[in-house]
Design a binder for this molecule. Structure first.
Ligand code: UT7
Length: 332
């Protein structure tokens, strides 16, 4: 059976740096509060009229370069985003045309913070079945346009941000071999972290009253998210390792979804990991939802933190609730 390998990664963040002090000018918050509660010091916001497909392009180009393939070698596109360029068609199609990749299948997945792990899992199955040889998996978000940048939205506006990451999953036995993926969701918590409007279950899908009430902005029950995240992350990481007859002692580096530094610290303590065994870049980029894992993974590689023979774990938790893990063995 073919093996599924991650043979190239790339990331891109928009140029516009928004500091905590910048947000303090828009809403009643402070650098101290944001750093203490989230670990975030600054984040990036996309420029006017930049969608997730635009942020994805440089990330994809880098992933293709690093994979040492031609873009014509790509057989299929999977685009994970919770903030698509448009409702119809998906960002995978929008990106496909912008990058002249027409004529192959393109799939959008809406699994929020777990989007990249779910995307890897889908790609893994197609590669292992022999149907495709090279699959492009993207996580990209423009959340700055979907957040309430006033006092009313301060609990989410200081956390979420924009960015893109991409990976090439291949049957070539290079890079990181995907050993297994483990996916979960619990839709009964859908409303704990959601965007209510526009909604196709209401007529009209959105109206002025809903806009005035801010129901088109991201809403989060932070305490509930926190409570579930600190349980599900360790659980799904251990499950992934044990599935491969590995333990925490075998784990070289954990690259968690960059939800919140306090959540990462909790996981680190629970799993007894050293500082160099858990990657963090949330201080620079905030929480970029589906983009956070591929951005972090790409940066970890650039910073020389992953060596041949290493066991790498990716893990996510977010809106849905959805969560998952991916266990990788770095071969070259
Ligand atoms: O991908 C998944 C992403 N989501 C997460 O990771 C979120 C997980 N949750 C959390 O990290 C935390 O719940 C938050 C950081 C969101 C909030 O921290 P908290 O300790 O749960 O704060 P809280 O919601 O209980 O609010 C404490 C206080 C409140 O004021 P009062 O009622 O005590 O007077 C809030 O109004 O902090 C206030 N507050 C703020 N103050 C300054 C809420 N947001 C802000 C803000 N700046 N941005």
């Amino acid at each position: 059976m073919p093996e599924a390998h991650i043979i190239g990664l790339g990331h891109y963040v928009p140029e516009n740096i928004v500091t905590n002090d910048d947000l303090s000018e828009l809403m009643d918050t402070s650098d101290q509060w944001i750093v203490d509660r989230t670990g975030i010091k600054e984040r990036r916001f996309a420029a006017l009229n930049q969608g997730p497909s635009d942020l994805a392009i440089p990330a994809v180009e880098l992933a293709i370069d690093n994979a040492k393939i031609n873009k014509e070698d790509i057989d299929f596109i999977i685009f994970a985003t919770s903030t698509p360029d448009h409702y119809v068609p998906g960002s995978s199609c929008i990106l496909q045309d912008k990058m002249n990749l027409n004529g192959i299948g393109a799939l959008d997945i809406r699994v929020q913070c777990s989007g990249f792990v779910y995307g890897l899992s889908i790609a893994e199955q197609y590669i292992k079945s022999g149907q495709f040889n090279n699959i492009l998996v993207i996580g990209a978000e423009v959340q700055s346009t979907a957040m309430d940048l006033t006092d009313r939205g301060r609990d989410t506006a200081v956390i979420f941000a924009d960015g893109a990451g991409a990976a090439i999953i291949s049957s070539q036995k290079l890079g990181g071999q995907i050993l297994s993926t483990h996916l979960y969701s619990e839709g009964k918590y859908a409303k704990e972290l959601w965007v209510e409007s526009p909604s196709s279950s209401s007529r009209p899908t959105i109206d002025l009253a809903k806009i005035n009430e801010g129901r088109h902005f991201l809403q989060m029950n932070g305490k509930e998210v926190f409570k579930h995240a600190v349980k599900r992350f360790p659980e799904v990481i251990i499950e992934g390792l044990e599935h491969n007859e590995l333990s925490i002692a075998d784990l070289d580096i954990l690259i968690p979804h960059q939800a919140n530094l306090r959540i990462s610290k909790f996981i680190q303590k629970k799993l007894n990991l050293l500082d160099n065994q858990i990657f963090s870049n949330i201080h620079k980029y905030g929480n970029t939802t589906a983009a956070s894992i591929p951005i972090a993974f790409s940066e970890a590689l650039i910073q020389g933190k992953i060596y041949p023979g290493n066991i790498v774990a990716l893990a996510s938790f977010g809106s849905g609730f959805t969560w998952g893990s991916c266990i990788i063995k770095w071969v070259k």
